[in-house]
Design a protein around this ligand. Structure first.
Ligand code: S3P
Length: 449
């Protein structure tokens, strides 16, 4: 029997209802996941500020990259319709963005807002206003405003320039060496993008290495980038001239993570997730699953347009055990912590996640939301100031839960629901389309007998 997976819609919201068949279910076959969100944003942005044509194959057609495309179109970049995964951009080179005639709306996307601010701050004599949805307007922007001000930017915003809406008057920026207090690829990328137009070397040093897609792609577009892995430092030398490129976007490991965990916890499952980006700054999830005893293999490993890619075969792993996650691994699995919390419920023993306070300022407070929603289903999750403690081995029971309009929460709860008894209703599940437009269709497909 197939599970019941249906949605009910009102004008604003969608509820995803999941009921596992009493005879059980398993995940079988081979699936492809949508393009990597981080790489998609960067390809659109670099294409917009490079000279000549950029083609992007495999772009994520989710709401977040659409926000990026809309903002840069409003500033004069010619971006083809985002209705196929092959997108063309005609950029007009450095310093060519026009002052937009309207507010730039980043929607739900922190990456759009933070990276774009680095670019805007360096476009001298043009005025920009950036805003976002209610979640984004409550997320901290001082982490990028502060270094940009040090570079000579002019920025004004709510609550002492820390919250959007923000207004930016572009300037000729000066290079800095910034020691970021947090390991954040958004902060690092914002500063590197601002440094493209500053005269000299702009360096960012992080406490631990965050995802390095900006470094890789900036180099491919022709910027002079040097990386010192020992000190977690990256330097860009400005002024840089970027040239349009052909970008091939691999599948998003953060989206693959839902299926890896689902197949690991659901009896009898054997699933291949194809074309997954396995950049080492993103594979903390694989290390965590290995620690938990999940049976998976990387197959067909290859390099595609400068990024490592593999197919991942995973099978049900009934002997999963809890693990401790803290320190340098956290930035390398930061977006996978909600689904790892679900995995931990199905592992024997305790899983402790620390050093993850950043999760409180994502699209929702992911520590609080995962703890409350999984506990509603019968899990034993304790919220820590900077993490979660999960006692595995409890049985989940379907009930009403809420995504809090956070895409990764919606999808994590859907996987939890597949393994619960009874009926689970996930409210505001439409949030999944931020990073995974076909998530529900794939869920229905993969769970068929
Ligand atoms: C991202 C970086 C991470 C991640 C986000 C995407 C990026 O955020 O959580 O989903 O594309 O640079 P932080 O850099 O703020 O940790």
């Amino acid at each position: 029997m197939s599970p019941v997976i249906v949605t009910t819609k009102t004008a604003e919201n969608e509820t995803l209802i999941i009921q596992r068949p009493t005879s059980g279910l398993s995940l079988q076959g081979s699936i492809r996941i949508p393009g990597d969100k981080s790489i998609s944003h960067r390809a659109l942005m670099l294409g917009a500020i490079a000279s000549g044509e950029t083609t992007i194959e495999g772009l994520l057609l989710g709401e977040d990259p659409r926000s990026t495309a809309k903002c840069f179109s409003l500033m004069g970049a010619q971006i083809s319709e985002l209705n196929t995964e092959l997108v063309r951009i005609q950029g007009f080179g450095s310093n060519s963005l026009q002052e937009p005639v309207d507010i730039l709306d980043a929607g739900n996307s922190g990456t759009t807002m933070r990276l774009m601010m680095g670019i805007l701050a360096s476009h001298a004599d043009r005025f920009f206003t950036v805003t976002g949805d209610s979640s984004l307007r409550s997320r901290p922007m001082s982490r990028v405003v502060k270094p940009l001000l040090q570079m000579g930017a002019q920025i004004w915003g709510r609550q002492n320039n820390s919250l959007a809406p923000l207004a930016i008057l572009g300037q000729q920026l000066k290079p800095i060496h910034y020691h970021s207090p947090i390991a954040s690829a958004q902060v690092k990328s914002c500063i590197l993008l601002a440094g493209l137009m500053a005269q000299g070397e702009t360096t960012v040093t992080e406490p631990a290495l965050s995802r390095d897609h900006s470094e890789r792609m900036l180099q491919a577009f022709g910027a002079k980038i040097s990386v010192d892995p020992d000190t977690c430092s990256v330097t860009v030398t400005g002024p840089a001239k970027l040239h349009g490129q052909q970008v091939i976007v691999p599948g998003d490991i953060s989206s693959a993570a839902f299926w890896l965990v689902a197949a690991a916890i659901i009896p009898g499952s054997e699933l291949t997730v194809e074309n997954v980006g396995v950049n080492p700054t993103r594979t903390g999830i694989l290390e965590a699953l290995e620690m938990m005893g999940v049976d998976f293999q990387l197959q067909n490993q290859r390099i595609v347009a400068g990024e490592p890619v593999a197919d991942i075969f995973v099978r049900n792993s009934p002997q999963m055990k809890g693990c401790n996650l803290a320190g340098d691994i956290i930035p390398r699995l930061i977006d996978e912590i909600p689904i790892l919390a679900v995995a931990a419920v199905f592992a024997q023993g305790t899983t402790v996640i620390r050093d993850a306070a950043e999760l409180r300022v994502k699209e929702s407070d992911r520590l609080a939301v995962m703890a409350t929603q999984l506990n509603r289903m019968g899990a034993k999750v304790t919220e820590l100031p900077d993490g979660l403690e999960i006692t595995g081995g409890t049985v989940l029971t379907g009930t009403d839960v809420d995504s809090y309009t956070d895409h990764r929460i919606a999808m994590s709860l859907a996987i939890a629901a597949l393994s619960a008894t009874g009926i689970t209703s996930i409210h505001r599940a439409e949030a999944a389309s931020i990073s995974y437009p076909n998530f529900i269709a794939t869920l229905q497909e993969v769970c068929r007998d």
